[in-house]
Structures are given as structure tokens and as C-alpha cells.
Write a protein that binds this ligand. Sequence first.
Ligand code: ADP
Ligand code: MG
Length: 488
Amino acid sequence: MNYEPVIGLEVHVQINTRTKAFTRAPYVFGAEPNTLADPVVMALPGALPVLNKEAVRQAVRAGLMLECKIAERCKWDRKNYFYPDSPKNYQISQYDQPICIGGAVEIELPGPSRNVMGAHRKVKLTRIHLEEDVGKLSHFGNASLVDFNRAGVALLEIVSEPDLYSIEEVFAYLNSLRQSLTAAGISDCDMEKGQMRCDANVSLRPKGTTTLGTRCEIKNLNSISGVRNAVQYEIKRQARALDKGEKIIQQTRRWDAEQGVTQPMRTKEDAHDYRYFPDPDLMPVVIAPEQVEKIAKTLPERPFDRQRRFMQQYDLPYTVTSVLCPTCALGDYFEQALEVYPKNPKGIANLIANDLLRELAAAGRPDEGALPVCQCKIKPAQLAELVKLTDDAVITRQSAKEVFAEMFAAGDDPMAIVERKALKQEKQDDGALEQIVRDALEANPKAVEQYKAGNEKAINAVKGAVMKATQGRANPQTVAELIGKLLS
Ligand code: ADP
Ligand code: MG
């Protein structure tokens, strides 16, 4: 292809507030339709909006997580349009004075392999503004139903510059955005629950040029695969048109997932079509720098900053940090365990990244994914204790697996399980162990022969026999040493 794609995203994210943006009507996902609407949501005559302070606070937090400048003064505007999912016939939004200005989203591109960190880059943001969500329409044949539960929910619109240049970058951008916002507890960003949705603006330009081409906007993409497929399709469609010498018409398009195509919805509306004007029912918001400073103290470390710190401070390999850091709660869990037993960060990290995550995945329900770490019965201090027991050779690695499984099922302390199951390791220099090794060598002459002939792995048969005879309680290190001693 002789074109470079240029993509700008408008991402809508529902804020986790208990109540809606301009009324105290509550919002929860999945409630019975039309049970979470009140006179303000329904725009009944005389109903007046009241700004939700927490929504503003969370918008400021989002802005700070994403390196924006927080406006000292922002205001509310009416975006006028008629659509059956919006009873007011306008949406309360922010037009020329948004709450957050500029900003950046750090992204990581795929590395040469999964074990190697990819290149990092910052994608520029234009702005973030706060607005209200609209209701949801469902179409059945030639009938449509509307649910106003979602109408009025506090929504962030995060607008990027046209600063993404491939599908991989779009994917990395959405991931990074989600990680930052979930880390700060601003939103769960669950696309399946409609908490994160995206409009993708796509244009092409001849490779090597810098002027922007004419764009098309694909509306309301609500899954990662939807974004990926729609953008991919749109790039191909525009390239084919340009190759034929056609002009791209600036358009709003719709992604048809079933047919795998984008289709024109309408030629692009301009801002004046919305007849924006300041909402006379709502006062502008003034946020003092001291308030911003106070809010900044409530923020977690940015996920990529944490990953770099984990690699440096604890000497963890990239692979493990890229498992621990995208989910803030996992990184927290790791550091809480480390506080109890600071000696072996790698041991703790590996146990979380491998064993704990595997069990959490297995314990999850098929429709909901893995069990979140906050619901895990093993507390960080207990996991740390288990690593310590293994490091101190109180139990073998083999027994540690057994103890771990019990801990996961019941949440007991590791030492209690060790005592209950009599898993304490045999004394290292026990003469009895030497006798067991001797017996095992005699019982496996073939393995010994192969081992002597240079096949190192053959000796595993002897080790296995010793483990069986000791019910897994012998220290593998000691067994290996004894075998070496007896064979020389
Ligand atoms: P609107 O609000 O009408 O959609 P904006 O000017 O606010 O228009 O732009 C919205 C999005 O379109 C932004 O994310 C911006 O980066 C992106 N965008 C603007 N021009 C282009 C272009 N030529 N190619 C790709 N994306 C673009
Ligand atoms: Mg737009």
C-alpha cells in the first residue's frame, strides 16, 4: 500500500459514579429497563439538572492520569439534536471550554517477541470533556424499544489528535487508556457492558507526505475486535477508492459487524448543525489549582511507570511485569506480599503470574472471566509466607504446590497446612534418605547406565523413585547431591 493511515479516536467512557451526571437517579448495569429514570432524565417540564460533584472529581482524575492540563474554568453547553434515545432533544456536553486540555496516552507497540519490550511512544490528546450518556435503542424487525436507564450517566469523551498510524497503535492505545482509567478506579472500561465505546476517524495520505487526507468517522464501535475490523476495512476501502482516482467524501459511517463492512450513515455534520449554546440551567465550574493538587494525591502510579519501576527496583523480567502491571490490583497484591517478605521479589512475582493467575482463571465463571484477585482467599501475606517456607527449605517445591492448592481452596495459613499434612522436609543429612537413594539406584540399573553414558535426563527415573518413596518430602537438591556422591 502506498498510503499511510492516520487515525484519531473519540473514546467514550462511563464514569463509575453511583448516580448520574446531573441528577441523583442511580445507575447500575443490567437493571430492569426504564427503572433508573427520573424527571430530570425524562426532561419533564420544570425538572432542573444539578451537577454531580463526584463526576467532576473523576474527570479531573482522568485528566491528571492522562497528562492533561486541567481547565480552571469550564462550562456546560447544549448539543441539540433529535433522536429517540434522548428525551431532552439535546445532550448536556462541553463545547469550547472542556474540563481537560491536551494530554497524552503512552502506548507500547508489540516487541520482536512476547518476551521483549516493544517501543514506547506518547499519543497526543486534544481534550477530555464531561457529558451525559444517552438511552439505548433496541430494534426488532420494524419495531424499536427504548431504555432510558443509561440516559444521563456521566460520560467522559477522550479525544485524540490524528496521531495513530496503524491498527496495532489503535489497539495499544485503547489498552493503555483502559489500564490507566481502571487503575485509578474511574471506570471499569468494560466494552461488553458498554462502559467504553469508540468512534474511529480514519484518513489516508500518500506515504511520505504530511498533509491530512479527508476522513471518515465510524460511529459507536463497542468491542476491541469491532474497532480492529472496522478500521482495517475502512483503510482498505479508502485505499481502493484513492487508487481509482476517486475523492473521499467526508462522512459518518456505521460498522456492520455481520457483513464486515462500513456503510454510510450521513454526510458529516458540522458543529453549527448542533446549534451549541451555553446551558442556562447550569453554572460554569471553577476548579482551583489547590483542589487539583489535592485530587492528584488520590491517583495511583501510571501503569507504565510502575512497570519500569518494577523492572528496575526488583530486577523483575519484562514478561512478569507485563502480567503484573496492566491490572493495578495485581501489582498492589505483589507489593503487599513483598512488604511481608522482601527477600525474593522474583519468587513472589512468579507465583502470582503463574500459579495464582492460573487458579483465578480456573475459578472464574465462563460468562464473567477470571475471578478478580480481590476475591482470592489467599491474602498477600500468606502468599509471601509460602514463598519464604520454600526458600528456607522448610518444605519442598513439590509440597509448596500442594500447600498452594489448599490455600487457594480454603484460605488457610501455609504453616497450618504444612503441619496438618506433615509436609515438613526430612532433615537434609538424614542417613535414611541416603539409604533410600541407594535403594533407588539399585532398583534402576538401566537409568544409571544411560546416565553414565552421558544421558543426563535418565537419572530423573532415580529421582522420581526417591520422591515416591519419601512421598515427595525429600529436598530435590539434597537428593541430587546424594546421587552424585553415590555414583562417583
Ligand atoms: P467531530 O467532533 O466533528 O467528530 P473533531 O474535529 O473534533 O470533529 O475531530 C474528531 C476526531 O477526528 C479527533 O479524534 C481527531 O483526531 C480526528 N481527526 C480529525 N481529522 C482527521 C483526519 N484527517 N484523519 C484522521 N482523523 C482525524
Ligand atoms: Mg465526532
